[in-house]
Design a protein around this ligand. Structure first.
Ligand code: CUA
Length: 361
């Protein structure tokens, strides 16, 4: 009994569709902000090199295996009651050895550079030559602490180019509340720190502060980052930027960020200053403000206007109306935001508070 020949037209259709899908997947520009395939530093480059090694092998294996499956499905499909079994090869020693050894060799070929890269990237960079940054993942924003200088900022991680930045992911960070109790509420969920052009993802694990990643940027620029682990309602709104600047500019930045905010003279700014003291200091710090008590659960706003974005990198700091809308009702602007709404403030009070924040450069 002879089986019917496979329908090559259907094989051709599958091949054509697959081909088009691959072709369309290649569409796009090379300056996509979160493109991991255009690495901009040594960490990302080493990871990309591994990918370039593994991916072609994976494609060949995939096409071979899927091709054989599709061939077998079409060639040996049942035709009514007619059964046409292929030749059975169970127990064929040569075949068994071949399909055990070939994948084992392939895996070995991939394993050597992979394991070497893992060890290379896990190595701690020389303390004298690196910059340390401790990152705390909040719901839904990022805090960046520079232990070497004491600078605390949010949503924009400024780094010097050509310098290894040793990033510690802190999933413990505690904050003392007024009654002496500690707050760890922001660290009860996992986040994942991801700057696609600079390094692969590293998870925050609640209760652990021993996760590290070393990143480095070759050239100045803004590198988009994104939380890559579902952490709640506004997970997708948990963005940040790594801002790489020349080392001299970085030193200036650290010096500027280390300064305390002054007391405003202007009448409207003075009203904003007082409103900040009356409403915001339970959660936010502005170093130099007479009512501010230091590190708090919300972002440190001492140099709010030196940053381009707020609320997890989704709004522009210079957008006054957006800033007022945020203060009045954060949950309406960003689902799940943990800030208390201040909708009871009069419009001129919101104006004054926004103006004060925008004066903090
Ligand atoms: Cu934080 Cu997702």
């Amino acid at each position: 009994m002879r089986a019917r020949r496979p329908r090559w037209s259907s094989v051709a259709k599958v091949a054509l569709i697959t081909g088009f899908a691959l072709l369309l997947a290649a569409c796009g520009t090379s300056d996509l902000p979160q493109d991991a395939l255009t690495p901009a530093g040594p960490t990302a480059r080493a990871q990309d090199d591994l990918w370039k090694l593994v991916f072609p092998i994976a494609v060949v294996v995939f096409v071979l295996v899927q091709g054989l499956i599709i061939f077998a499905v079409i060639r040996f499909r049942a035709k009514g009651d007619e059964v046409d079994l292929p030749k059975q090869v169970a127990g064929n020693t040569r075949l068994e050895i071949a399909w055990t050894i070939v994948p084992a060799l392939l895996l070995l070929y991939i394993a050597f550079p992979t394991v070497a890269t893992i060890f290379e990237q896990a190595a701690e960079p020389d303390e004298a030559e690196r910059v340390d940054v401790t990152v705390v993942g909040k719901q839904y924003w990022w805090e960046f602490v520079y232990p070497q200088s004491g600078v605390v900022t949010a949503n924009e991680m400024v780094i010097p180019t050509g310098t290894p930045v040793y990033v510690q992911l802190d999933g413990i960070a505690t904050y003392e509340l007024d009654d002496g109790a500690e707050d760890q509420a922001s660290n009860l969920v996992m986040h994942s720190f991801w700057v696609p052009k600079l390094a692969g993802k590293v998870d925050f694990v609640p209760g652990h502060d021993d996760r590290y990643v070393t990143l480095e940027a070759d050239e100045p620029g803004r590198y988009a980052g994104q939380c890559a682990e579902f952490c709640g309602l506004s997970h997708a709104n948990m963005k940040f930027d790594v801002v790489a600047v020349e080392p001299a500019e970085y030193d200036d930045w650290i010096a500027a960020q280390s300064e305390e905010a002054g007391q405003p003279e202007d009448e409207q700014l003075r009203l904003g200053y007082d409103l900040f003291g009356a409403n915001c200091v339970a959660c936010h710090a502005v170093d130099g403000h007479e009512a501010s008590v230091g590190v708090r659960t919300g972002p440190n706003l001492t140099h709010f206007a030196s940053r381009e974005t707020f609320a997890g990198g989704i709004f522009e700091n210079a957008d006054t109306e957006q800033l007022k809308a945020w203060i009045a009702n954060p949950q309406r602007e960003k689902p799940g935001a943990q800030m208390i709404p201040f909708g009871s403030l009069a419009d001129e009070e919101l104006d004054a508070l926004a103006a004060y924040l925008q004066s903090l450069d």
